[in-house]
Design a protein around this ligand. Structure first.
Ligand SMILES: [Fe+2]
Length: 205
């Protein structure tokens, strides 16, 4: 017999070229910001620090936003999107040991994702859930060793220097930071963002 797999959910991932250099630059900036500003209150927050969401407007973070735009353009090509991406907002996260992010989606956006600045051992993975309501209700008993596209939940262990992007409607969360490291050595530091398609003048189109 033949089979087609329709309506795919793309998860894009990429390593930036020189992550050590960029992360060495980003970490002190984010750390200083976390001392300066209180955490934003967000419904998915589980004990970590969440920066204000205007990180995309701060010129000191341009070395990172450049990398994010480069990847968005690759996605536009792969996903057959016209016009161009606009970076709606962006923020830094510090998950201290014990912190996590409840499962959530990113409303009013097309592509969301994360960049990993600092990832101690056992500090928690990103997980995504099958977005279709049907398979989450009817769960047949199945054999072990199924290919990934048939799983209901998929976990992505983080790597420093990696960018992951996925459709904003895809439900996802971050496991608890179970690092045993003391002080800032145990901090899990990442940057999240939302992209939306804009027209040639930069207006949401
Ligand atoms: Fe998220």
């Amino acid at each position: 017999m033949n089979r087609e797999l329709l309506f795919p959910t793309p998860i894009y991932m990429k390593m930036i070229k020189d992550p050590k250099k960029l992360n060495k630059y980003l970490f002190p900036l984010i750390k200083a910001w976390s001392k300066r500003d209180k955490s934003e209150t967000k419904t998915n927050a589980g004990g970590g620090w969440h920066s204000p969401t205007n990180m995309n407007l701060q010129t000191e973070y341009e070395p990172l936003t450049k990398e994010l735009f480069a990847m968005q353009y690759e996605i536009y090509k792969d996903y057959g999107m016209e016009l161009k991406p606009g970076l709606g907002n962006m923020w830094a996260n510090i998950n201290y040991p014990g912190a996590y992010n409840k499962q959530h989606v990113h409303p009013n956006s097309q592509w969301s994702g994360v960049y990993y600045v600092k990832i101690p051992k056992d500090s928690g993975s990103l997980y995504v859930e099958d977005p279709r309501p049907g398979p989450n209700i009817l769960l047949p008993r199945r054999l072990k060793g199924l290919p990934k596209e048939l799983w209901r939940v998929v976990i992505y262990p983080p790597t420093e220097g990696q960018i992951i992007m996925f459709p904003s409607w895809l439900s996802h969360g971050v496991e608890m930071n179970a690092s045993k490291e003391k002080g800032e050595k145990g901090w899990r530091v990442s940057v999240s963002f939302n992209f939306i398609q804009v027209d040639k003048d930069g207006n949401i189109g």
